[in-house]
Every structure is written in C-alpha cells, then in structure tokens.
Design a protein. Structure first.
Length: 78
C-alpha cells in the first residue's frame, strides 16, 4: 500500500495536484492513521510504501528525500 498526504484544497486539476503537490505522511489533511487502521482491520498485511509525487520532494537530494519519506510513514505503520 502506498501512502502520501495532500493539502485540503486542490490546486489546478486533480491530476496536476496529484503529480506535483503531494506531501509527506502527516503533513496534509488525509486521515492517514484512520486509513491505516481501516486497512489493517480489513485484513491488509502487505508492505507499506511511500508515494510522494511532488516537485518539492523530487528536488531534494535522494538520501534526504528517502529518509524523510521513511520517517513520515514509519510513525504510522510501526
């Protein structure tokens, strides 16, 4: 399951917002703890990943981007 977060308001089209403005887990308006809990209740036992589609995130050095993504999601799924 891939996780990300987003602002509460869409900027541009939904597609543009999705591929250019996603946020790290916990930085936006999604109820990620609730989503994770619901998936676990439904029986999901697969791997968790982070999908950050963001111009800002893509501009970071790879190690910094990977560490930030991991830290943001680890708090939710561990």
């Amino acid at each position: 399951m891939e996780l990300n977060d987003a602002h509460s308001d869409v900027v541009g089209t939904l597609f543009e917002d999705t591929v250019h403005r996603r946020l790290l887990c916990g930085e936006g308006s999604f109820d990620l703890p609730g989503i994770v809990a619901a998936l676990r209740t439904a029986g999901f036992r697969g791997p968790w990943g982070v999908e950050i589609l963001s111009d800002t995130h893509r501009a970071l050095p790879v190690r910094e981007a990977a560490a930030a993504a991991y830290q943001s999601a680890a708090a939710l799924v561990n």
